[in-house]
Ligand binder design. Structure first.
Ligand SMILES: Nc1nc2c(ncn2[C@@H]2O[C@H](COP(=O)(O)OP(=O)(O)O)[C@@H](O)[C@H]2O)c(=O)[nH]1
Ligand SMILES: [Mg+2]
Length: 325
């Protein structure tokens, strides 16, 4: 059985709801990637320079980024030299399989949960990336798993940010420990950790500020949040997740690099996949930063968050390439 057929079989075995979410969330990505690739079948003469150039363009248009695109093309070329006269269909099989290998080259680290008290999760990212909305979505998800959740509104720099999270707290029934506007975000984290310990909270979601203007400041601020939470709760922060707007493409990737240089990231949440996101950023992030994509955001409501699944992703963006031809 070909790689694409196996991918399809795995995908079709998933829950209806998950399938629908992936297919609609990655529709734009499929149009820029799978559909474009499919167009190439009419002029396919083998994996030659023309083909590879065209493929590079499609990968770049999908936000895969030049380094990752080059790597994928090199591997494909190498693999195909062993198979002269390879059909378009099998070339596509190799291509998508190589994309999976590129993603899997660095092992995904699992989410860390604190067995002996509250799990402290820091959400980081620039203004507007979707941190506050993602905090609400994660709260809904964890409450659905029977966990006790609390918020820390530690984005003390953006006017209205604290109230925005507090409102989500009221809607969802999640206590919200508020920072002081223009105050020290770390002070709010300390208050939140103490509240979590006293109230047997399982998951403490900390909505922080992300100011990229000055890397040294950012680094100091992030490391202070790490330090103060570790003082309150052993092993905290247990998870540090970067919230990234997927529609910002390569710009988002450079933001991610600055954060990754400034702190230890344990996961990425890609928001706004329901928008014009092209999807390739998933591969670029994993390949360049070695940080796994944990969740994807597909809308503005608390239910619009899904765990990232590599196979569903690959199937959704390459849908249509599985037909023999
Ligand atoms: N379409 C869509 N909009 C989102 C998503 N996540 C966040 N948003 C919207 O993006 C805007 C900024 O989100 P917010 O959570 O306030 O960002 P923050 O500044 O990082 O806290 C808001 O209008 C959100 O409703 C998503 O996954 N899809
Ligand atoms: Mg916010």
């Amino acid at each position: 059985m070909s790689f694409l057929s196996k991918l399809k079989e795995t995908f079709l075995g998933k829950k209806e709801e998950e399938k629908a979410v992936y297919l609609s969330g990655f529709k734009k990505a499929r149009q820029t990637f799978g559909d474009q690739l499919n167009e190439m079948k009419y002029e396919f003469k083998g994996v030659d320079d023309d083909f590879l150039e065209q493929l590079t363009i499609i990968l770049l248009e999908s936000d895969v980024g030049i380094e990752t695109a080059d790597l994928i093309c090199d591997r494909l070329k190498e693999k195909c030299t062993d198979f002269p006269g390879l059909t378009f269909h099998w070339t596509m099989n190799f291509l998508i399989e190589i994309m999976q290998e590129v993603y899997n080259e660095f092992e995904d680290t699992p989410i860390v949960y604190n067995e002996n008290g509250p799990t402290v999760i820091l959400l980081e990212g620039v203004n507007g990336s979707g941190k506050t909305t993602t905090a609400a979505k994660l709260a809904k998800m964890y409450m659905g798993q029977g966990k006790k959740v609390a918020f820390v509104a530690a984005d003390t720099f953006r006017a209205g940010a604290i109230d925005q999270l507090a409102k989500w707290g009221e809607r969802l029934g999640v206590p919200c420990i508020k920072g002081r506007e223009n105050g020290d975000p770390s002070a709010a984290i300390v208050d939140g950790c103490r509240f979590a310990k006293e109230n047997n909270i399982d998951i403490l979601l900390c909505d922080t500020a992300g100011r990229l203007q000055n890397k040294v400041n950012l680094m100091n601020e992030l490391s202070k949040m790490n330090r103060v939470s570790a003082r309150e709760i052993e092993g905290a922060p247990h998870d540090v997740w970067l919230v990234l707007d997927a529609t910002t493409g390569q710009n988002g990737l450079s933001q991610a690099e600055v954060f990754a240089d400034s702190t230890t990231l344990s996961g990425i949440i890609l928001t706004k996949m329901d928008g014009t996101a092209k999807g390739g950023i998933v591969l670029a992030i994993k390949h360049k930063l070695h940080v796994p994509v944990l969740f994807i955001g597909l809308g503005e409501q608390p239910d619009d968050l899904k765990p990232f699944d590599l196979q569903s992703y690959l199937y959704s963006i390459s849908q249509g390439l599985d037909s023999n031809g």
